[in-house]
Write a protein that binds this ligand. Structure first.
Ligand code: BES
Ligand code: ZN
Length: 577
């Protein structure tokens, strides 16, 4: 029987000079070891200094590293061992940490560091059982230079009298990918009794304004899916290089600053990361092949919460944009691709490769299909009970299907007969019965596109458009567009001046795909100030696909690369490095 850790204690110095963490982690095992038993943890590029149980050292062996998993650290235990302490240090290029110089932050005054654990990256700074199937509680101490604030996705147990030392406690067992830290010039603004936001001083007030609906979102999610079980829910706004939109670290969502649009239009990201407090953090995918159980469920919950707070029209707009992203992904993968099944098959690929629109948007459509066939009341009750029954457990696709048949299909055999889970989960592409979002707002945007092509002036119709309408508009314009049409859109519709990061991404991509001249500076400015993969990749791809932009793409990439996170570099280096 393999031996697992149920509690971690760690104490780390965040060394901003060396860009390493050094210290120790102690694993508390679920039971006393037998003589000669082995305890295995994952590592990547860690230097192990000593391993002990009490005062006695223990023998260990590092497996040959491989690029996907790093190396297993195998520790030889002795009879009765219960606590294993590993003294170690990380390396400056650890994938799970990004160290930023002051110039790479929003405020420019202090350096910054943050971790990104999902999927298997925490092993590069914390030797741990880095597999979503295992969970542990933890106590952590972080030591930082004077004047800096460290935060963790856990309960704050710091004492005001201890300078430069921050202590955290996580009472709920979590998988290792949800352990998260950050440190820098950080301030806090409360938003409600149990919600608040951390950010650099020059963005913290903007952030508190942007995220003002967070408490309402929590109440809406609790109303639908049961109590929030993690105590506080705070957000941390990261410097621009953060490679993701958001990351659902428990109690402390990490978020991109590009969500600060100034009009609260992009807060479905908050609904999404918050929803992970049920789907993903409470009930966790057992393997990364079951990733759709985390993300597809979360997109479904997100849209229900958006509907509850902003109305059906808004959630349908977002579902419709999701559908168009999914359609683009399916086209990229090609008909019949194994990678368009809901059940993933990583087989030898890095777990980060499970990331695509399939688990998100095909997963969403499957749940919506269930909802539409069984009715909201039943489906809501089903989901609520699912989160409750499996709280703090892992789930795989096969067990979910069993649960689905027992707890939902059995209630309505007529509806059950209309649904073929296998066609969704173990087959490529999209079943023809996939639900379709209905947005009246988007129907008028489509009408505008037609009128534009007939040469009409659509400026007045676009006056009151929200960011979702702009994104839909830009995604659905035919391309390439004439140079004159592009300048007209840029000037009369004000697209050249829009600062909303979502709109700007779609607009610049359209300009590149249409071969518009004179957009070097806007491209330089955007690609040089945004680190979010979802925005960078489509623009660089579009530039790469057109001969006349290739040189510029390389030049901008060389300039911006030091700011980008290693995940983004890994993707972009292939073509542009
Ligand atoms: N859990 C994901 C982020 C993630 C996925 C990290 C895979 C590492 C590997 C997070 O919840 C997410 O989905 N973020 C989205 C934004 C969201 C609003 C769809 C993103 O970052 O784009
Ligand atoms: Zn997610």
């Amino acid at each position: 029987m393999a031996l697992n850790a149920t509690h971690l204690r760690f104490d780390l110095v965040l060394d901003f000079g060396e860009h390493i963490v050094r210290g120790w982690v102690e694993h508390e095992l679920e039971r006393a070891a037998k003589d000669d038993e082995t305890f295995v943890v994952q590592t990547r590029g860690l230097d192990i200094e000593a391993i002990r149980s009490g005062h006695d050292s223990r023998e260990f062996e590092m497996a040959e590293p491989n690029p996907i998993d790093g190396s297993d650290l195998r520790i030889r235990l002795r009879q009765g061992d219960r606590h294993i302490k590993i003294e170690y240090r990380s390396r400056p290029d650890a994938w799970g940490l990004q160290w930023l110089s002051p110039g790479q932050t929003a405020g420019g005054k202090q350096p910054f560091v943050y971790s990104q654990g999902e999927t298997n990256h925490n092993r590069s700074w914390l030797p741990c059982q880095d597999d979503p199937a295992f969970r542990a509680t933890f106590d952590a101490t972080l030591r930082v230079p004077a004047g800096m604030r460290a935060v963790m996705a856990a309960e704050d147990r710091s004492s005001a009298t201890e300078e430069r030392v921050f202590r955290y406690h996580m009472p709920q067992p979590v998988p290792a990918y949800l352990i998260a830290l950050a440190a820098g010039d950080l301030r806090f603004r409360p938003m409600s009794e149990r919600t608040g936001v951390w950010a650099e001083p020059n963005v913290v007030d903007l952030a508190a304004w942007e995220f003002a609906d967070t408490e309402a979102m929590m109440q809406a999610t609790e109303e639908l899916y049961g109590p929030y079980r993690w105590g506080r829910y705070d957000l941390l706004v990261l410097p621009p290089s953060f490679p993701l939109g958001g990351m659902e670290n428990p109690r402390l969502t990490f978020a991109t600053p590009t969500v600060l649009a100034g009009d609260r239009s992009l807060v479905s990201l908050v609904a999404h990361e918050l929803a992970h407090s049920w789907s993903g953090n409470l009930v966790t995918n057992a393997t990364w092949d079951d990733f759709w159980l985390n993300e597809g469920f979360t997109v479904y919950l997100e849209r229900r919460v958006i509907e509850a707070i902003f109305g059906r029209e808004r959630s349908e707009m977002e579902a419709s944009i999701g559908r168009s992203r999914l359609q683009a992904e399916l086209a990229r993968l090609g008909e019949g691709s194994r990678d368009s099944w809901l059940k993933g098959k990583l087989a030898g690929r890095a777990p980060d490769d499970s990331f695509s629109e399939i688990p998100y948007e095909k997963g969403y459509l499957f749940l919506r299909h269930l909802e539409e066939n069984f009715g909201r009341k039943r489906f809501d009750e089903f989901l609520r009970a699912y989160f409750d029954r499996h709280a703090f457990e892992t789930m795989d696709t096969e067990r979910f299907v069993v649960y689905l048949r027992e707890e939902l299909f059995s209630l309505d055999t007529g509806a059950a007969a209309r649904i073929d889970p296998d066609a969704w989960i173990y087959a490529p592409d999209l079943p023809p019965e996939a639900p379709r979002a209905q947005s009246t707002a988007f129907a008028s945007v489509e009408a505008c596109i037609v009128r534009l092509r007939e040469g009409a002036d659509i400026a007045s119709a676009t006056n009151a458009w929200c960011s979702q309408e702009w994104v839909f508009f830009l995604r659905h314009l035919p391309r390439p567009l004439e140079a004159s049409t592009l300048s007209a859109l840029g000037e009369t519709l004000g697209l050249d001046a829009k600062t909303n990061a979502d709109i700007r991404c779609e607009w610049l991509r359209l300009c590149v795909e249409s071969g518009r001249g004179g957009i070097e500076e806007p491209l330089r400015a955007y690609l040089g100030s945004v680190g979010r993969k979802r925005f960078l990749q489509p623009i660089y791809d579009a530039m790469w696909a057109r001969e006349e932009f290739r040189f510029l793409a390389r030049e901008i990439y060389a300039m911006a690369r030091p700011m980008y996170h290693v995940f983004v570099r890994k993707i972009l280096d292939e073509k542009l490095g």
